[in-house]
Design a binder for this molecule. Sequence first.
Ligand code: CP
Ligand code: NVA
Length: 323
Amino acid sequence: MAAHRLWHGRDLLDYSDATVEDVEALLKLSVLLKEAQKSGFPHALLKGQTLGMIFEKASTRTRMSFEVGMLQLGGHALFLSSSATQIGRGEPLSDTAQVMSRYVDALMVRTFAHTDLELLANSASVPVINGLTNEHHPCQVLADILTLLEYKGTLKGLTVAFVGDGNNMAHSWLQLAPKFGINIRVAAPPGYLPDNDIVEFAKKDAVSQRAQILVTTDAVRAVKGADVVYTDVWTSMGDEEEAEFRQHIFANYQVNEELVSHAHPDYLFMHCLPAHRGEEVTAGVIDGEHSVIFDEAENRLHVQKAVLAATMSKTQVFGEESE
Ligand code: CP
Ligand code: NVA
């Protein structure tokens, strides 16, 4: 079914209430919009519409891809840092959401607690898109899945090994991968494993798609035969006070030449970026022939344009008229 029919007016906060059809429709639209952009085919689907982008944390990719994406769709994006708005001075999120909904057609939010995002979304009358919270990063994993599809041609039966902090990226992978029948393994040190409720939720999806979920403290076990080795920073935004301590805790979870020697010979190395060479990954791996990091970064633009068009467009979306 067309992405617009499934997503119009909806929020994208995480994938807990999304079906595989919902996500497939976004991927299909992402491919159409990527082709349109590459070939110069006009796709100004959001003429005159505005996206408000609230950032409570730093960003390179998310800010640029949403802003450029809105421009390519014929609309406009407003960058709103929390420090330069009244959010930083304590205006309630519920008031902020209601006020902003009177000016813009959708909101993209990067913040700390996922519950704050949910609060904001409950008060907003326009679609709200998660640009990263402490718990989830749904746009990144969607771009990663598109990249995986482009390289492997299929998703079902692939095995993704996430090595490092059981953080927002690990959670988003756990939420989305099993819906497509992707086996997902997460290896993290004790105390840094992904949240149990997210793992249990993933296991339910995994049963219906015959996917396997493994959560372990053993990095080699996770990587053995994997089609994808994925990692992320050891210290996420908001965890900076623990940075030094984390260097020790995560030392045995570095994605290096020895660890990837256990992966499938045609494995892909993925990372959401920004990366720290010499910490979570060696330069040899991230800059090596298996790495697809810049394709993932580019695909942020295409999948987010699909999310924007599907949630915001007032009419059926380009390329989907006949459905
Ligand atoms: N991957 C990602 O979200 O990057 P930024 O923090 O630069 O937006
Ligand atoms: N886990 C990282 C992802 C950055 C895109 C963080 O939250 O800082």
